[in-house]
Design a protein around this ligand. Structure first.
Ligand code: ZN
Length: 197
């Protein structure tokens, strides 16, 4: 079943989502929700979807970066972003550890800010402790684009959106991103848009 993805301004996107117990995770309701979130993410399409984005204030997100999503991207772009396929998985009640220090800047989009994108600084590496789709404890050590996806989705579960972290001068319509910025290296984007940390 395809769920409705809510857009910025919907109060649920600004709430801290509720923790889910291991026995709730194994129940029919949450198992159905996970399946429907998966179908909704594929349909969008997107590389991640958090429960608040479908109007459910629970600490659940689904993630998958399929090879087909990047088939038209240049190897230069993929290398710069450290983007590699990530198999489907579910994170529940995540606790993220974000190291101090370096940040990497790339354009990022969100299904709840449909049609827009902006440059967002993110940590290049993160550690996440969470439960999986069966309620089992997991530790994820991620880097590159996958680390960015995790930070974005976990922000959703805390009521945050990328617009809270973006460089405001880089906010733009996706149409213009595709027209003017998509293929440019970030050093050039930084020079032209004049944004600084
Ligand atoms: Zn999002």
């Amino acid at each position: 079943m395809r769920l409705k993805i809510v857009q910025a301004g919907e109060p649920v996107l600004r709430q801290r989502a509720k923790v889910v117990t291991a026995s709730e995770i194994r129940g029919r309701e949450i198992q159905d929700l996970i399946e429907w979130m998966r179908e909704t993410m594929y349909d969008a399409p997107g590389v991640g979807l958090a429960a608040p984005q479908v109007g459910v204030s629970l600490q659940i997100a689904v993630i998958e970066d399929k090879p087909e999503y990047t088939k038209d991207a240049s190897s230069q772009t993929l290398k710069e972003r450290e983007r590699k396929p990530v198999p489907f998985h579910v994170i529940i009640n995540p606790q993220i550890t974000i190291p101090e220090g370096s940040r990497v800047d790339f354009f990022e989009g969100c299904l709840s800010l449909n049609g827009f994108t902006a440059v967002v600084p993110r940590a290049p590496k993160v550690k996440v402790q969470c439960l999986d789709h069966k309620g089992a404890a997991r530790v994820i050590e991620a880097s590159g684009w996958y680390a960015r996806i995790l930070q974005h989705e976990i922000d959703h579960l805390q009521g945050a959106l990328y617009i809270d972290r973006m460089y405001p001068r880089t906010f733009m319509a996706m149409e213009n991103f595709n027209r003017h910025w998509k293929e440019k290296p970030m050093t050039e984007v930084r020079g032209l848009l004049g944004f600084e940390r």
